[in-house]
Ligand binder design. Structure first.
Ligand SMILES: Nc1ncnc2c1ncn2[C@@H]1O[C@H](COP(=O)(O)OP(=O)(O)OP(=O)(O)O)[C@@H](O)[C@H]1O
Ligand SMILES: [Mg+2]
Length: 349
């Protein structure tokens, strides 16, 4: 993908917080992260991917952009109402594919084509079989319009909308060197409400899945077992800052909930291994706020016997002093906003 122009500002409206990232790119391609902004959202602001409390989001965006003249943004859409499928098609030219793709999408997507935006990318050409693999992405227009309208209410100009799986992949490929072509890397992005698994084999997406489990489920388990409120449970989960001593039951409850999550991730990996013919997973890279839980790293590694590391988004760029201070303790949470901030105002596919 060739690209030009300035970088867009990455805006990740997650269900627990908004993350904003700005990257400056010099003529020679040297990048610097010049800003990271974080704004927590009240509970129930976004439920099942739907923005229920839009004024909380608009207020958050206005605060984050109060001092910013630049308004061109790349937004993250929740995976709700989005279908990602890898399909096999006969080899054809780009122009033929453009003509065929809607017909093809109709066969694979259970929504009315009038209601969705369809995007696609050729992953592989298997010339010997006369076939090619195409990644098909269909997103409900309504979900995307709601999101862009909200951003416009906060006087932002949305130029690009992307998904967690692909923004994390962008950070991984940019920061870690294109995944070696004979290796398989598993990117697991674990936020508050959702966990997204994206398996890259031979440098392209081989499998994606959204799991409706994440940090919220762990907090809820602490609430339930200790009979306490959300904020208190959330604080104990994150180490108890400002709350005094963490009850001694907490680590065990966290381990149980994390094991459940790791089990769901492992089932996705098992499914991939059973159906793809791929034999080895080389690494698992974790991102999202829930990647801060060391037990998730340890339990996932123990279950899968694959090395697990936490993705470091600062590998894509230098970081200036102010941004470094704002990123402190939040690098795993910043990954999607960093991936969005790598996108350019003008991109040629
Ligand atoms: N230090 C920490 N220890 C444990 N959990 C943490 C820590 N920091 C953040 N989290 C958890 O990470 C989650 C928030 O992560 P993130 O910001 O990636 O989610 P989000 O983008 O708001 O949600 P989603 O993308 O699922 O809608 C919360 O559940 C929060 O409790
Ligand atoms: Mg998120």
């Amino acid at each position: 993908m060739a690209s030009e122009g300035k970088n867009l500002i990455g805006v990740d409206i997650g269900s627990s917080s908004i993350k904003v990232c700005e990257i400056k790119e010099g003529r020679r391609g040297a990048r610097t992260i010049t800003r990271f902004g974080f704004h927590p959202l009240p509970a129930e602001t976004i439920v099942d991917g739907h923005i229920i409390n839009s004024s909380a989001v608009v207020e958050g965006l206005e605060m984050l952009f109060a001092k910013s003249k630049r308004r061109n943004v790349a937004l993250r859409a929740s995976g709700h109402g989005v279908i990602i499928k890898k399909i096999a098609m006969p080899l054809m030219t780009a122009a033929e594919l453009q003509e065929q793709i809607n017909w093809e999408a109709e066969q694979h997507i259970p929504f009315d084509l009038e209601e969705v935006h369809v995007d696609y990318e050729v992953l592989h050409e298997r010339t010997e079989h006369g076939q090619m693999d195409v990644l098909l992405v269909a997103a409900k227009k309504e979900e995307i319009t709601d999101l862009t309208n909200l951003a416009m209410e906060a006087r932002l100009r949305p130029m690009v909308v992307d998904l967690d799986a692909f923004t994390v992949q962008n950070v991984f490929e940019t920061g870690y060197g294109a995944a070696a072509s004979d290796e398989t890397s598993v990117l697991v992005h674990c936020g508050a409400a959702t966990t997204t698994v994206n398996i890259l084999a031979d440098g392209t997406t081989a499998f994606t899945r959204d799991i409706a489990n994440g940090g919220n489920a762990i907090t809820e388990e602490i609430q339930r077992q200790l009979g306490i409120g959300r904020e208190e449970a959330e604080s104990y989960k994150c180490g108890g800052e400002g709350r005094g001593i963490v009850p001694r039951e907490v680590p065990e409850i966290v381990n149980q909930a994390v094991d459940q999550l790791a089990g769901e991730i492992q089932r996705s990996l098992d499914f991939y291994l059973a159906t793809s013919g791929d034999r080895d997973l080389n690494r698992i890279c974790l991102s999202g706020g829930t990647a801060n839980i060391q037990a998730l790293v340890d339990i996932l590694q123990g279950r899968t016997q694959v090395p697990v590391e936490v993705l470091d988004p600062t590998r894509v760029a230098d970081v200036d002093e102010k941004a470094l201070a704002d990123l402190q303790g939040r690098t795993a949470q910043a990954v999607v906003s960093v991936g969005l901030a790598l996108r350019k105002e003008r991109e040629r596919h």
